[in-house]
Ligand binder design. Sequence first.
Ligand SMILES: Cc1cc2nc3c(=O)[nH]c(=O)nc-3n(C[C@H](O)[C@H](O)[C@H](O)COP(=O)(O)OP(=O)(O)OC[C@H]3O[C@@H](n4cnc5c(N)ncnc54)[C@H](O)[C@@H]3O)c2cc1C
Length: 561
Amino acid sequence: MDGRQKSIVDSRRAQMFFDLEPAEIERVRRFGTYRAYAAGEALANVGVVAQGLTIILSGQVDILQREKAGGHRVIVTHGPGSFMGELAQLAGRPALIDAYAKTPVQALIISPERLRALLIAEAELGERIMRAFILRRVGLLETGGGGPVIVGRAGNGDVLRLQNFLRRNGHPHQSLDPEADEEAKALIDKFQVDPGQLPIVVCPSGQLLYNPTETELARCIGLLGPIDPNRVYDVAVVGAGPAGLATAVYAASEGLSVIVFDCRSFGGQAGASARIENYLGFPTGISGMALMARAFNQAQKFGAEMAIPTEVLGLDPPSADKAEHFVLKLANNDRATARAVVAANGARYRRLDVPGLEEFEAASVHYWASPLESKLCAGEEVALVGAGNSAGQATVYLASQAAKVWLLVRGPSIAASMSRYLVDRIQGLANVEVLTQTKISGLEGNDGMLEAIHWRDAAGKETRRPIRHLFSFIGVDPNTHWLAGAGVTLDPKSFIVTGIDARSHAGPLETSVHGLYAVGDIRSGSIKRVAASVGEGAQVVAALHGFFAEADRMEAVAARA
Ligand SMILES: Cc1cc2nc3c(=O)[nH]c(=O)nc-3n(C[C@H](O)[C@H](O)[C@H](O)COP(=O)(O)OP(=O)(O)OC[C@H]3O[C@@H](n4cnc5c(N)ncnc54)[C@H](O)[C@@H]3O)c2cc1C
């Protein structure tokens, strides 16, 4: 962190750490159980699932954060009336801090499930506690406290992949570059790691992972727990973008049991947006990640279960001779069962048709422009391909960091496909050059890192420029492969057909399979906007209630017969 900048702990301390009034403690006693701790006893340890919200009734507790170079730093000392906990406690995930009783302590422990009930029952106090949880997480994100340590060369494709995964999932972490950090060298020596085995990840539990997959990392740090194959959820939501998270918030808040799967992280395409300026209620704009993180926390507050990262690979609808409910086939041979399924898994970016693209995709070709990418490009020239709003937003964002942005467009202008405000903004940027009727024709580089890009204009003139980062925003295709064999009607472009075009009695968001719904970008004819996806996520919950009411009626009739 920049030494001149104030940390969140300095600027928002009063909201992060406050005491409950005696009357408030009295009111919340019914949610908890009592426990006593001797001086020196641990109340929480990094990497171990904590008990939930802990309100200190008497005594003092030190909250400690582990430092990069070993050792601990006291973040805060809680006294009577104050409380321990942050976002991990909402979902029953492992703690990101250590907590030790400084004196004998009496505490009220509120389990994650009872905590969610408290947050809903006690609206005003719940709002203050929730805000404190979010700010405490932001504080941990600022320092990387309590998270895993990634050791590997900065800019290496796998290092970027792991950093991106943790950043997109709002999980603190630290990165150490063996070429620049003494601590990295010490860890490499300690674990006797060969340079070819990098990157490694040291989990808070002490477990060492060699260049792990996102799933291996998520399991090691407790982000992803086991899925109970015998539990029947009311609703399984596939995709945690705006449509899926809206479905989860409305369904869980109305008492349905909900599980949400996403193969990457929460937020979907919206989470990759540097600044969303057309979402109702945010006149100054909001970063996609900030908007989606709020929705994710909100869904967890209402009790939606998150299984991230988990890819849904297939779907078996209920049938008379087989299962009574939908069975979702998941990566790692796991399964989940639900009475209804909502497909909210959007679309995936198209890839440029240029030889050798794959070789550079990990480190030099980017499909979104977040602070991580913009840092990599600071002071450099970059090339960006695309002419839609996402390309426009990324151009404006990157231009604030990069020395120059070359915007390469296949068509004759950007005005036909980009919103006017973005076109105007781009025209006002001195370090952006728009090249129309131009295509990327070649890539040059070594070890997965780009060194130069070639492009060709309409007259066939080829240009070569020494550019190390290429951004691609050329549209998306629907993620409908997992529905193959499930009997779902798709349109000619493979988007899911809903409503009466799918089946004569289907509701507006229902597919050709009764009980399977589609919302957001994956739906044929959808408006590809965050607000439209959120609206459909809210709307589908009414349809789900209708579906369950009908299913319950049928069951009652069958039981009477
Ligand atoms: C860079 C960028 C900027 C944008 N800016 C704006 C803007 O300013 N304003 C605006 O209104 N719109 C904007 N959009 C469009 C908007 O983000 C999308 O319309 C919206 O995100 C669609 O939401 P969704 O939930 O339907 O799908 P998505 O956002 O695509 O989310 C789908 C999720 O499903 C997951 N998934 C896919 N397949 C599977 C599977 N088999 N199993 C499990 N999970 C799966 C994905 O990982 C993803 O997280 C932007 C898009 C991009 C790419």
